[in-house]
Every structure is written in C-alpha cells, then in structure tokens.
Design a protein around this ligand. Structure first.
Ligand SMILES: Nc1nc2c(ncn2[C@@H]2O[C@H](COP(=O)(O)OP(=O)(O)O)[C@@H](O)[C@H]2O)c(=O)[nH]1
Ligand SMILES: [Mg+2]
Ligand SMILES: [Zn+2]
Length: 323
C-alpha cells in the first residue's frame, strides 16, 4: 500500500480530489473518519465542524484501482467558516459552524469603485470573518476604477490601507492593476470574493484566460439557487497557488463571535481597549472609554466605529435569541 500526502483541491458529494506528487487522486474518507463526519454533521452536535475540506493537507492510502482513502487530516493553520444560516441570518452561535476552506493564507475582497457603489459595511463584515479565521493576509481590490475619480475611490478605501489592509485599484477596461493582482494571487491559496456584479469574473479572466469562467461558477450558481450538490474547489494558477470557490464564500457569516470578542477583529480598535476605564467596557456609552476618545481624536474613523457598533448590536441580539 502506498501512502501519499497531498492537498484537497475539490470536494463533491463525499469525494475529495487530492493533489499529490503522483498527480490527482480521488478519495473518500476512511470509515472511521466518515462516521465521525456524519456524527458531527448532526444538527444538535455542539462542536460540529467539517472534518475535511478544500485546503486541508491529508495523508492517504493509494488503492489498487488508483483511488484513495484519506486516513488522516493534518491540523489546520487557519479555517474560514460560515454560519449555517437559516432565514438569512448573518450571525450564528455555537453549534452550526461550517468550515468552508482550510489553510487559506490570503483573503481578497473585491468591491467596485462604482456600479455597484461600494458597501463598506459588507467589507467590514468580511474582514471580521477573515480576522476570526486568522487569515494572515487580508487585501482589498477596488475595481472598475476607470468609472470613477481615483480620489473619490480613495475616500472610501484609503482608510483601510491606513489600518493595514493593502488596497489595489484595478480596471479590466484599462488593464490597470491586473499584473499586480496576478502577482498578489500567485503562490497563495486565496479566498476571492465580493458582491455580485463588482467585476470578479472579469478580473480573474484578465489575470488568466478562462479562469473567471471556472471560478465563481460554484458560488454564483448557489446564490441563484441552481445548485443541487455541495461542491467546492481550489483552482490552480499558472504561476502557482490557487483561488478558492465554494458556495459558502458568498455568505461568510460571523461564526461564533461573542459580543465582547468583536473588538479584537477590528484591528484599529483593539489596541485602545486596554485604556478603557472599565474592564468590561462595551465602548458604547461608558465614561473613560479609550475607544470613543480615539474616535474623537480621529484615530478610528466614524465609519468603522459605527460599523463596529452595528455588528455588536446584531451579535448581542442573536445571543439573546439563543439564551
Ligand atoms: N467599466 C468597467 N466595467 C467592468 C469592469 N470589470 C467588469 N465590468 C463589467 O461589470 C459587469 C459585471 O462584471 P463581472 O465580472 O461579471 O462581475 P462579478 O459578478 O463580480 O463576477 C460586467 O458587465 C462587466 O463587463 C471594469 O474594470 N470596468
Ligand atoms: Mg462573476
Ligand atoms: Zn471602551
């Protein structure tokens, strides 16, 4: 029996395609792992979490017919999850995590400069999910820059650059930023997402002909309600690395974030928290709140602070519903 290690690049109906040194091998989970997966998939299970998903590194046994059995899923460095949403809720509490991708080392969030106008609140939500998932690099792409003054676009996006999220301005009409985007994606396992119509497919086609047609087919079919099977995939880039497509990406929820934890995922708010007078400060109304002082001094933008407040309220309400 040959033992191989590899990367799970596709998942569909209980079958996993694993990229190995010997080429791709189609695998199933070994019996014991499979039982564990279905046990954890039960709705009432407290620590439900998918056992194997795209991005996982695995050890498999190669069988005589060329297929494989996954024996071991290696520990994950990062995990991006989403709430198992019912009724379109964006926030969930423990018990409904769906791991959508493991070990992605970069999240790229795409918004248009206009048509449609950017939605910074949606961006903040995506950033929280990525911070929660410990994705090491979070980047923003502002595309269709040919349609708007650069200065106008920067009014919205430059504040993100200042707090540490690099912003790339692109246009598939003029070609601006396309080489830089290709370089940004090469060598990484990237989550690449953003609202519908912002220009994601066009950008992927621009960096690699045909790529956009393949990537986003899964998530877009799902969002239009056309999907029948759950399927997710990592698409290889010519220069190395992968772009992820999974139905979950379009609706990354804020999985298991507690109200008091949220501040940790607003990276420019977090450093001020220690300065608050009360250790349990919610940064909403308390005297001696260092976060609100930083907002007044302009060190935290009103937009991001308001976004934080709104998200916090939403999470609190979800917790009350569950209490
Ligand atoms: N002006 C302009 N239009 C673009 C650009 N990129 C995409 N579009 C147009 O925006 C629309 C949506 O693009 P698409 O790539 O399908 O967006 P997706 O839904 O995010 O995949 C299409 O009509 C594209 O032709 C761009 O850089 N500039
Ligand atoms: Mg598209
Ligand atoms: Zn405070």
């Amino acid at each position: 029996m040959t033992s191989l290690e590899g990367l799970v690049i596709k998942q569909q109906s209980g079958f996993f395609t694993v990229e190995t040194a010997e080429g791709p091998v189609i695998c199933q989970l070994r019996g014991r792992l499979k039982e564990e997966a279905s046990r954890r998939a039960r709705k009432d299970d407290e620590d439900r979490t998918d056992l194997c998903t795209i991005g996982d590194r695995v050890t498999l046994t190669l069988l005589a017919d060329g297929s494989g059995t996954i024996r071991k899923v290696h520990p994950r460095r990062q995990v991006l999850s989403r709430a198992d949403t019912t009724g379109g809720r964006a926030v969930a509490v423990q018990g409904s995590e769906q791991v959508i991708i493991a070990n992605s080392d970069q999240a790229v969030f795409v918004f248009a400069a206009t048509r449609p106008d950017p939605n910074p609140r949606a961006l903040d939500r995506l950033i929280v999910a990525a911070e929660k998932g410990h994705i090491p690099a979070i980047r923003i792409v502002c595309t269709k820059i040919d349609l708007l003054d650069r200065a106008e676009a920067e009014r919205i996006f430059a504040p993100y650059e200042r707090i540490g999220y690099p912003v790339l301005y692109t246009s598939t009409r003029t070609g601006d930023g396309v080489d830089a985007l290709r370089a940004m994606l090469t060598g990484h396992i990237s989550v690449f997402t953003g609202p519908s119509g912002v220009g994601k497919t066009s950008l992927l086609n621009a960096i690699q002909p045909g790529l956009g047609l393949r990537v986003l087919a899964v998530s877009e079919a799902t969002s239009k309600g056309r999907h029948t099977t759950v399927h997710s995939e990592l698409f290889p880039l010519e220069g190395g690395g992968y772009v992820a497509d999974t139905p979950g990406i379009r609706s990354i929820g804020i999985w298991d974030v507690e109200p008091d934890e949220l501040e940790a995922y607003f990276i420019e708010i977090a450093p001020h928290v220690a300065g608050c007078k009360f250790p349990d400060c919610t940064h909403t109304h308390e005297p001696g709140c260092a976060v609100r002082q930083a907002v007044r001094r302009g060190e935290i933008t009103r937009e991001r602070y308001n976004s934080f407040l709104r998200l916090r309220k939403e999470i609190e309400e979800t917790y009350e519903d569950w209490a």
